[in-house]
Write a protein that binds this ligand. Structure first.
Ligand code: GDP
Length: 330
């Protein structure tokens, strides 16, 4: 569905060659685009089945007909890319990316001319079969070629971000996390709150997770390593699975995730994982050392302030959350 004129909600449009993995990504990320969620209700994931070429236009695959759009029509560009805050993902096909690069260049240059505010995100997808060295090399090569093409077209100002993704590990969630974060106006505030929370509580790393999709909508400013992210994702899975089995009432009513949700997992390498409900859809997941966890009362108190501040950020805007920060103790 094309957005209504004047609609300025952020949107994510997924584009790519046929068989590049769009449907698969949409399946793993499908929780992102449900409408009845408070935080993400404003996201609109436009799923496009194919980058329609003139040949496939005449005979689109029957099961995907409805999703096909003519990307080469000026009307498409003028309608879809008119408003701000759109994210455009372009999927590369790892086997032979020359065609994908040509299409990428064509698409982004047209879209940029209609709306220079669009974020362009390039997913180099299906990298699970590649060695780490090969991944880096592929990314470097694609980056170089894509940017050279843009320079040739006189579009130096157009910025492309690149992500190596696969549906077989957490990389697709991590990439989506970063993409979604760019669309959240409150991000700097959330990061600030997380920074204050972890530094006052002796915590090493904290993520604010969307529990259902397992993307993190913010984290503190220390670098994210994939292992920590995966560990936290796995923890959410464990919590939800155990709650579904043991947490529901006998008649099956109740929720696997609610206000009371809170979990502490001690790993045998002196690491502690700490999860707590923040809002109906968000959880704070932290990684800390066992020694720091001795001051659990402090962590709980700071969490209480953090939670209050997050509610204020999403409910009443930016001005009043500050009181919440100052109340955190050290
Ligand atoms: P679409 O035409 O762009 O919607 O592509 P599909 O989602 O139908 O995917 C095409 C094929 O690629 C399917 O066989 C998927 O299983 C496969 N595929 C999708 N994502 C990945 C991935 O991350 N890694 C690998 N190895 N295969 C993938």
């Amino acid at each position: 569905d094309n957005p209504a004129p004047g609609d300025s909600k952020p949107r994510i449009l997924l584009m790519g060659l046929r068989r590049s993995g769009k449907s698969s990504i949409q399946k793993v990320g499908s929780h992102l685009c449900t409408n009845n969620r408070d935080l993400f209700f404003f996201f609109f994931l436009a799923y496009v089945s194919d980058l329609v070429s003139s040949s496939s236009l005449s005979s689109p695959p029957p099961q995907k007909k409805s999703g096909a759009r003519n990307f080469f029509s000026p009307l498409f560009y003028s309608i879809f890319f008119r408003s701000t805050n759109t994210d455009l993902n372009y999927l590369e096909f790892q086997d032979d990316y020359m065609e994908a690069l040509t299409r990428l260049n064509f698409t982004v240059s047209k879209a940029f001319k209609v709306n220079p505010e669009i974020n362009f995100e390039v997913f180099i997808h299906k990298v699970d079969g590649l060695s780490d060295d090969h991944k880096i090399e592929t990314q470097r090569d694609i980056h170089q070629r894509a940017n050279d093409d843009l320079v040739d077209a006189g579009l130096e100002k157009l910025h492309l971000s690149f992500y190596l993704t696969s549906i077989y590990d957490h990389s697709i969630f991590e990439a989506f996390s970063k993409v979604v974060q760019k669309l959240i106006p409150q991000l700097p505030t959330l990061e600030n709150l997380l920074n204050i929370f972890i530094s006052n509580s002796g915590i090493e790393k904290a993520f604010l997770f969307d529990v259902v999709s397992k993307i993190y909508i913010a984290t503190d400013s220390s670098p994210v390593d994939m292992q920590s992210y995966e560990l936290c994702c796995d923890m959410i899975d464990v919590v939800i699975d155990v709650s579904c089995i043991y947490g529901l009432k006998e008649d099956g009513s109740g929720s696997a995730y609610d206000k009371e949700s809170m979990t502490i997992i001690k790993l045998n390498n002196t690491t502690v994982l700490y999860l707590k409900e923040v809002t109906k859809f968000l959880a704070l997941v932290c990684i800390l050392r066992e020694e720091s966890f001795e001051r659990k009362g402090l962590i709980d108190y700071n969490f209480h302030c953090f939670r209050k501040a997050i509610h204020e950020v999403f409910e009443v805007g930016i001005t009043s959350y500050r009181t919440g920060i100052h109340q955190m103790s050290t």
